[in-house]
Design a protein around this ligand. Structure first.
Ligand code: PEP
Ligand code: CO
Length: 460
């Protein structure tokens, strides 16, 4: 079986390392190639972080998203970091994602597929190879899996050893996420305990409390009817939670490719879902070559510069069998651009009968530098892009299938606006991101309610 699959892949000229014959953008120049090889060999011997069966299950959920029967919530850090790693931070992001999904499931009467930009989101593409601060020019920071954010010559040298630390941190993160998802934390009976202290007393907290009360009433009713303890369906007691990151650092991703013992197919076992970023989306290049041969469900970021023809070529390459669930298109157009840039793409994909899920990333088209010098995003622009995304899909008769967010459960001040009215001068208070500015918990919940309202409107 495995041999047959390997033969079929070879017929398409794909092997886990065939990307090495292609042009690769955004990869670090490691000074010591022997050390890179040594590290890859170590990772190749490590257990997979996810199991192929889980990736297949996720694919079946994403097929529902593509068919208009579910909504995808993808969220987490822009870049995970070694310094910010803690159980509390993982828990807080996980619980905001749970709260958001309750708001959307309840308001929109639609199942929500939950995926964290967690347990592997370490490598960052950069617009410039070098960075200059106060007249000093050094190589750019490329994420903790590659080099360090610290602005010294030594810290910016790419080190392959960092891949091992990223692997270990991902394993520990996944372990905790699985425990939260399956070990009782995500039990709907605990819904009122997911609230975060600093979001109390806001309008959305009140709205969330109302929903939790209604859900608790429904659960009490079920119990009164005799559905108690272990009889309570799994979907009430547990949740499914998946992980994803950008398929960027190919030596690491390749070292985590495993052959599934059940189907004989190749999976990238670094995460359930990986995506192609906006800077590495050339159909002939290395990252696209790598992901086309793995069987995980895939994402493709769609920037405003992508033409309908380029998009069709990428869809043909990434999803040649046109299987729903295989490919999720993550549009990141920027507020004010969505009708003009996204509508023609959605129309073309629909005309050509391609089964894809459409998701909105309202973050990466809305980055700006505030007067204070901080890189920020305006919450109003993020809301606006999501609204425009829903409008386009309504106009085209297609499904607005999900959102892809940079967010955290912490009370950070990185994006301006929102209910607390964060201003430019507040950004320095709690600006902790290692890369792009994230929504804080209260902004994330506010956005979830807006989405719930749009989903509800679609049901009418
Ligand atoms: C990201 O998701 O962090 C990112 C870099 O996005 P994009 O590739 O869309 O710019
Ligand atoms: Co980002």
């Amino acid at each position: 079986m495995a041999q047959e699959v390997a033969k079929a892949q070879a017929a398409q000229n794909w092997t886990p390392d065939s990307w090495r014959n292609k042009e690769a953008l955004q990869l670090p120049n490691y000074p010591d190639q022997a050390k890179v090889k040594e590290t890859e060999d170590i990772i190749r011997q490590m257990p997979p972080l996810v199991f192929a069966g889980e990736a297949r299950r996720l694919k079946s959920h994403l097929a529902k998203v593509a068919n208009g029967e579910a909504f995808l919530l993808q969220g987490g850090d822009c870049a995970e970091s070694f310094a910010e790693f803690s159980a509390v931070k993982i828990r807080d992001t996980f619980r905001v994602l749970l709260q958001m999904s309750v708001a959307m499931t309840y308001g929109g009467s639609i199942p929500v597929v939950k995926m964290g930009r967690m347990a592997g989101q370490f490598a960052k593409p950069r617009s410039a190879d070098m960075e200059t601060i106060n007249g000093v020019t050094l190589p750019s920071y490329r994420g903790d899996i590659i080099n360090s954010l610290e602005f010294t010559e030594e810290a910016r040298v790419p080190s392959p050893k960092r891949m091992l630390r990223a692997y270990n941190q991902s394993a520990a993160t996944l372990n905790l996420l699985r425990a939260f998802a399956k070990g009782g934390y995500a039990d709907l009976h605990k819904i009122s305990k997911w609230t975060l202290e600093f979001t109390e007393n806001t309008a959305q907290a009140k709205r969330y409390d109302e929903i939790s009360e209604r859900i608790t009433d429904a659960l009490n009713f079920m119990e009164a009817c005799g559905i108690t303890g272990d009889q309570m369906p799994e979907v009430i007691r547990e949740t499914e939670f998946y992980t994803c990151h950008e398929a960027l650092l190919l030596p690491y991703e390749e070292a985590l490719v495993r052959t599934d013992s059940i189907t004989g197919e190749y999976y990238d076992c670094s995460a359930h879902f990986v995506w192609i970023g906006a800077r590495t989306n050339q159909a002939q290049n290395a990252q696209v070559e790598f992901v086309r041969g793995i069987k995980n469900p895939l994402g493709l970021k769609v920037p405003p510069t992508m033409s309908p023809d380029d998009l069709m070529e990428l869809i043909d390459t990434l999803s040649p069998e046109n299987e729903a669930g295989r490919l999720t298109l993550i549009a990141r157009m920027g507020a004010g651009n969505v009708e003009e840039k996204l509508a023609p793409l959605v129309r073309r994909v629909k005309e050509e009968g391609r089964k894809v899920a459409w998701v909105c990333d309202p973050m990466h088209g809305n980055v700006e530098t505030a007067e204070s010098g901080y890189k920020t995003r305006r919450f109003e622009n993020i809301l606006s892009e999501v609204n425009e995304f829903f409008d386009v899909h309504k106009g085209e008769g297609t499904h607005a299938g999900g959102v892809h967010l940079e967010m955290t459960g912490q009370d950070v001040t990185e994006c301006t606006g929102g209910l607390y009215g964060i201003k430019d001068e507040d950004l320095s208070n709690r600006y902790h991101t290692h890369c792009d500015p994230r929504l804080n918990a209260s902004q994330a919940l506010e956005l979830a309610f807006l989405i719930a309202d749009r989903l509800k409107e679609n049901k009418k």
